[in-house]
Design a binder for this molecule. Structure first.
Ligand code: B12
Ligand code: SF4
Length: 495
């Protein structure tokens, strides 16, 4: 069968397509795990800004897919609906499958969306078995993780166990299936690689636990190296390790860094997301090793610098370091210092606008980011389906915005007991632009040619809505913020 797999074009504030266009790791992994006789094409629509509709039409005309699969996050649901309608109008008999976080956690939303199947949870085996069932006509009842129509109603089969990656059941991603070009992270071709899946923490904002339970499974280091080599051979110069929480097993992460060095794969740049407590506790040895392995940017899930907010986010355990004599101290500064000493940049993930937040507590977090982090990645609490956080905000009546296409993390959709949502977003937006500007020289040193060619575009993205008058303080910043919000609303119309 001909299979076309699409990821959605919707992006969020911290990932402007001018600078960041990463492949969706799920789709290449699905392509690598279906039976070999299928012709699979993967198209990441993040690569097609300004021509999403034309690209989908072209791909459907050229590839004549029997099956179209879409990977969807919650804030991309509206776009997914439009693409489903478009595909259906062009090829009425095509079988449409949706998967990823949104269909897995809010399957009810897709029942009336014109799709034929939903794949909930991990997809490789379920999708392979679905294609087999479509071909053979033998029925779907035994396929774990699949939802399908039976007459007028939907049947939701039980979820599969989390895949034991250790057993080698999941084959390598098939990057050759990608039919669009132009992946980039600040000018260098980027690819994504997984080394593990899962997490044993339960932060209240994170979808991972509802998605797959609390568990952690790892690929063998040999497989990880093979995957990195494959990404490099397909042109990647930067690798984003997309593990949910790679630092859960620090010894293994150290062994991975060592293996990368020994294999000579430290010629590539690496980006990774890490837990602050792990870096604070093990950074003295881990950080120099990461640096030698080629790690350049580390996304730290700081979440918040105030204890009360960390409790709400259920993130205090992962943000506490082991102090002398068993005392516990906030791990963040210690982790940042370790990374800086080893010449790595810190992308600071903070969440402001929690229920008890006041202007002062938001400002305290912004001041922290200004002082310590190299690239701010500040977000607002976002009540994604079936997270404990969503329940909490709904119960307290703090949800201010139900438009899911705005659930991108940088639009404040909840208020606090003391501040309206819009005010929280304004505070973040106003502060963050300048922090981003400050990092430009560092980016220039690494990729001067890219920055020379794109600095103007990047700056005009960061400062959307601003005028010379507002930058010079001759116009109220709120006016610029209103213009920014209007521009952002327009940007969200992808199809
Ligand atoms: C890595 C990552 C990123 C990377 C993405 C790099 C890339 N292009 O791949 C970066 C840092 C850029 C990123 C950004 C964002 N992310 Co993110 N990210 C993750 C993370 C850590 C891992 C995702 C991953 O690649 N896993 C590996 C792949 C193989 O697994 P998978 O995606 O789950 O896919 C499997 C199944 O879902 C299924 N499947 C998926 N798609 C499809 C499609 C079909 C047809 C089928 C059959 C099956 C299927 O099969 C796959 C294989 O088993 C997760 C989870 C976490 N712990 O935080 C969050 C997560 C996915 N991100 C999330 C969000 C919201 C975002 C952002 C909006 C920022 C934000 N507010 O947090 C942005 C949006 C990006 C954009 N487009 O602008 C949310 C999604 C929540 C939701 N309900 O939608 C998650 C779950 C984190 C959370 N907050 O809980 N993210
Ligand atoms: S540590 Fe990270 S992956 Fe684990 S539950 Fe918290 S946010 Fe999610």
């Amino acid at each position: 069968m001909n299979v076309l797999l699409l990821s959605m074009p919707d992006y969020f504030e911290h990932m402007p397509p001018v600078a960041v266009r990463m492949p969706n790791g799920a789709l290449a992994s699905l392509a690598g795990n279906v039976d070999a006789h299928h012709a699979v094409a993967v198209a990441d629509l993040i690569l097609t800004h300004g021509s999403v509709r034309e690209t989908v039409i072209r791909l459907i005309h050229e590839l004549h897919p029997d099956v179209i699969g879409l990977s969807v996050m919650t804030f991309q649901r509206r776009t997914a609906r439009r693409i489903i309608d478009l595909a259906r109008s062009l090829q009425p008999a095509v079988q449409i499958v949706v998967g990823g976080y949104d269909p897995s956690l809010a399957p009810e939303a897709y029942e009336e969306m014109g799709v034929d199947y939903m794949v909930r949870g991990e997809g490789e085996i379920t999708f392979r078995d679905l294609l087999r069932a479509i071909e053979s006509g033998e029925g779907y009842a035994s396929i774990c993780g699949l939802s399908y129509r039976a007459g007028e109603r939907w049947v939701h089969n039980p979820l599969p166990q989390a895949h034991r990656l250790e057993d080698g059941d999941i084959r390598l991603p098939k990057r050759a299936a990608r039919v669009l070009r132009g992946y980039t992270l600040l000018g260098r071709q980027v690819d994504v690689v997984e080394t593990s899946r899962g997490c044993t923490y339960d932060c209240s904002f994170c979808s991972i636990i509802e998605m797959r339970g609390r568990n952690f499974h790892v690929y063998s280091l040999e497989r990880v190296l093979e995957d990195i080599r494959d990404a490099r051979d397909h042109g990647a110069r930067t690798i984003f390790l997309v593990d949910d929480n790679i630092t859960l097993n620090v010894r293994r992460f150290e062994a991975l860094c060592q293996a990368i060095i020994e294999a000579g794969l430290n010629e590539l740049d690496y980006f990774v997301q890490a837990m602050t407590s792990a870096i604070a506790d093990h950074g003295e040895t881990l950080a120099p090793l990461m640096h030698r392995a080629g790690f350049r940017y580390v996304f730290l899930g700081i979440e918040n610098v105030l204890e009360r907010d960390l409790q709400f986010l259920r993130a205090n355990a992962k943000n506490t370091a082991r102090g002398r004599g068993g005392s516990r101290e906030n791990a963040t500064v210690k982790a940042i210092n370790c990374l800086h000493r080893s010449k790595m940049y810190v992308v600071g993930g903070l969440i402001v606008g929690n229920p008890e937040d006041t202007r002062e507590s938001v400002e305290a977090n912004l001041a922290f980011a200004r002082r310590y982090v190299d690239w701010p990645y500040i977000q607002h609490p976002t009540p994604y389906p079936r997270t404990p956080m969503a329940q909490h905000f709904h119960e307290r009546g703090l949800v201010a915005n139900e438009r899911l296409e705005e659930y991108d993390g940088t639009t404040a959709v909840v208020r606090t007991e003391h501040l309206p949502a819009e005010e929280i977003e304004f505070l973040r937006w106003k502060a963050e632009r300048w922090m981003k500007l400050r990092h430009l020289p560092a980016a220039f040193r690494h990729d001067p040619w890219f920055i020379v060619r794109h600095a103007r575009e990047m700056l005009s993205h960061t400062y959307r809505g601003c005028t010379l008058r507002s930058v010079l303080g001759l116009e109220d910043n709120r006016k610029a913020f209103e213009r920014y919000k209007a521009i952002r609303r327009g940007e969200r119309v992808y199809v």
